[in-house]
Design a protein around this ligand. Structure first.
Ligand code: APR
Ligand code: ZN
Ligand code: ZN
Length: 238
């Protein structure tokens, strides 16, 4: 979590629009010409606060909504200094998650994956030990379990596979690969589970659907990474 004022985060990525809007706010569903139902927060650190009637427009995607509604959504989340447009999901800033502490290791395997006969294999090993949930988790102070760790994952060792690996390293550092929640496979709550960025955990067959061959896998995982704000732009200077 970052120490910056939530109001400043909103104003970094949204500009104030003047004039009555003939549209609805996607958060509160009321018209933009009516004020947001949220109340202006007294800001602890001083500085300007956002008024209920203020309408904001996202700087890249251009979607408009009550700035105070967006502030309420931000304050309800991890408050990491990033915003996501609730209309089109465009991410502003660096989205981070709540993955618990652990390690990501990378190894090389000479054997090829089914469907990728021309190259060797990259093996990723994720290890996360059990621990106590922090304030960012569903049940702070309660323990979380870690099933099936270390988890072994596989990528083809070609250009596209190596690109996916570099983006997975960014996603790992931003704590986006795992989340503490309820496993959809086992129903167990308060456990460390995958967070929507699919990994291949089966190397030489595809009986689980999480193995090889799968000709669409690398493209699919690239778009899952992009939906969390992890793209090749992460490697470009700002
Ligand atoms: N390998 C990779 N991904 C999986 C697997 C698997 N064996 N099983 C499910 N997933 C995907 C699902 O498709 C879903 O998108 O993980 C996502 C979250 O599913 P959950 O069941 O909630 O995840 P989790 O409990 O973390 O893991 C299920 O994955 O790696 C294995 O050992 C792990 O057996 C466990 C399984
Ligand atoms: Zn609103
Ligand atoms: Zn948008």
């Amino acid at each position: 979590a970052s120490a910056q004022r939530p109001e400043d985060v909103i104003q970094r990525y949204m500009e104030v629009v003047a004039g009555v809007q003939d549209e609805d706010c996607i958060i509160c569903m009321d018209q933009l010409s009516n004020p947001s139902g949220y109340e202006t927060q007294p800001t602890e650190e001083g500085g300007p606060s956002i008024l209920p009637g203020t309408v904001g427009k996202f700087i890249k995607c251009g979607h408009t909504l009550h700035m105070l509604c967006m502030l309420a959504m931000y304050n309800n989340g991890t408050k990491d200094g990033s915003l996501q447009c609730p209309s089109c999901k465009t991410i502003y800033g660096e989205k981070t998650g709540t993955q618990p502490k652990g390690k990501m290791e990378i190894y090389s395997i000479a054997q090829s994956l089914p469907g990728h006969p021309d190259c060797g294999t990259i093996q990723i090993i994720y290890s996360i030990p059990p621990g106590l949930q922090g304030p960012e988790h569903p049940n702070p102070g309660q323990p979380y379990t870690c099933r099936g760790f270390p988890r072994f994952c596989f990528l083809p060792d070609n250009d596209k596979g190596r690109k996916v690996l570099e983006l997975l390293k960014v996603a790992w550092m931003r704590r986006l690969i795992f989340i503490v929640g309820t496993s959809s496979t086992t129903g167990e709550p308060d456990t460390v589970v995958w967070n929507g960025i699919h990994h291949k955990t089966e190397m030489l067959s595809n009986m689980s659907g999480h193995g090889y061959p799968d000709p669409n896998y690398l493209d699919n995982v690239l778009s899952e990474l992009a939906s969390q704000g992890v793209t090749e732009d992460c490697f470009k200077p700002p």
